[in-house]
Design a protein around this ligand. Structure first.
Ligand SMILES: Nc1nc2c(ncn2[C@@H]2O[C@H](COP(=O)(O)OP(=O)(O)O)[C@@H](O)[C@H]2O)c(=O)[nH]1
Ligand SMILES: [Mg+2]
Ligand SMILES: [Zn+2]
Length: 287
């Protein structure tokens, strides 16, 4: 039995990278009976039947699980936006960050692409103290090296709206990769009814990147309202300084969190927290 990582699935066949080789595998029938679906990113144990062919015998426990794209055991989320064209939608940026936090991904970074078109000051100003911010230009091949260094020996997902340059970045990060970019690639994506194949792309030894189809809006309605505050990483140090144990940090007096808004906490971030909290409460009532 050897251990490997499920990097790709095509019509019931699973491709497992192990010991520098890729094995074409079937899954044991027991998985289907138990309704367990092998998922890209799974750490698996396989038995080898013949050269390059094997069977998935066991799926090891998953550390986390993303639904869109459907992938597990993510080490790092690279929330990717463009400095310009399209302009940064900060509401959407926070939603991507919230989803990554909610999925318990520890290593979250922000990547601002198209730095050739505009400065990235505002992102650095608001987020620089909370997350590592990489300013890059896929077009001019600028800033790629530090980003690549950060991704080494990890499985990373590039998530962000469409048109920000995720595929272009992957083409820079992975030598030889030729992902379709631009408007044509998006027309093709829209035309397909099935979601595009998720795949771990090998960027180096033990280094994988997932390109995900872009989203224009991101549902976070499944998050219980009281969990939201924990998805704002910089709020954490101030959550035990409130007068009330069940403080929602909205309108309560003597709120230890609100005391720091405008100081350590960005007023914009806090405002978006309040708006999203109220949205989540309303969403809960509609169930
Ligand atoms: N100016 C500029 N344009 C870029 C850069 N990176 C990508 N683009 C362009 O932005 C468009 C969208 O890129 P694409 O990689 O398809 O974005 P995706 O939808 O996030 O995968 C394409 O027309 C790219 O040529 C960059 O660093 N600077
Ligand atoms: Mg793309
Ligand atoms: Zn409070």
């Amino acid at each position: 039995m050897i251990q490997g990582r499920l990097i790709k699935g095509v019509g019931g066949l699973y491709f497992v990278a192990a010991d520098g080789l890729v094995y074409e595998c079937k899954a044991r029938g027991i998985f289907r009976k138990k309704r367990i679906i092998p998922t890209i990113g799974d750490n698996v144990e396989i038995s080898v039947q013949s050269e390059g062919k094997g069977t998935i015998e066991k799926i090891l426990p998953r550390r986390n699980f993303l639904i869109r794209p459907r992938v597990t055991n993510i080490d790092c989320a690279v929330i990717t936006f463009a400095a310009k064209s399209p302009d940064i939608n900060f509401d959407l940026l926070d939603r991507f960050l919230i989803l990554a936090e909610y999925n318990k991904i520890e290593d979250i970074v922000i990547c601002v692409n198209k730095s050739d078109l505009s400065a990235v000051d505002k992102v650095v100003e608001i987020y620089g103290g909370i997350y590592t911010v990489f300013a890059v230009s896929a077009l001019e091949n600028e800033g790629i090296e530090p980003l690549f260094k950060h991704l080494e020996n990890k499985v990373s997902v590039l998530a962000g709206p469409s048109g920000v340059g995720k595929s272009s970045l992957i083409n820079r990060l992975i030598p030889g990769e030729k992902r379709q970019t631009g408007e044509i690639s998006r027309k093709i994506e829209r035309g397909k009814h099935t979601t595009r194949q998720v795949e771990l792309l090998e960027a180096g030894e033990n280094t994988y990147i997932v390109d995900s189809p872009g989203f224009t809006s991101l549902g976070i309605e499944m998050i219980p309202p009281e969990e939201l505050v924990h998805c704002f990483r910089e709020f954490e140090p101030y959550l035990d300084g409130c007068r009330f144990n069940d403080c929602r940090h909205i309108a309560e007096p003597d709120c230890g969190l609100k005391e720091h808004v405008g100081k350590e906490i960005s007023p914009e971030r806090y405002e978006r927290f309040v708006k999203l909290y109220e949205m989540l409460c309303d969403a809960g009532q509609n169930y």
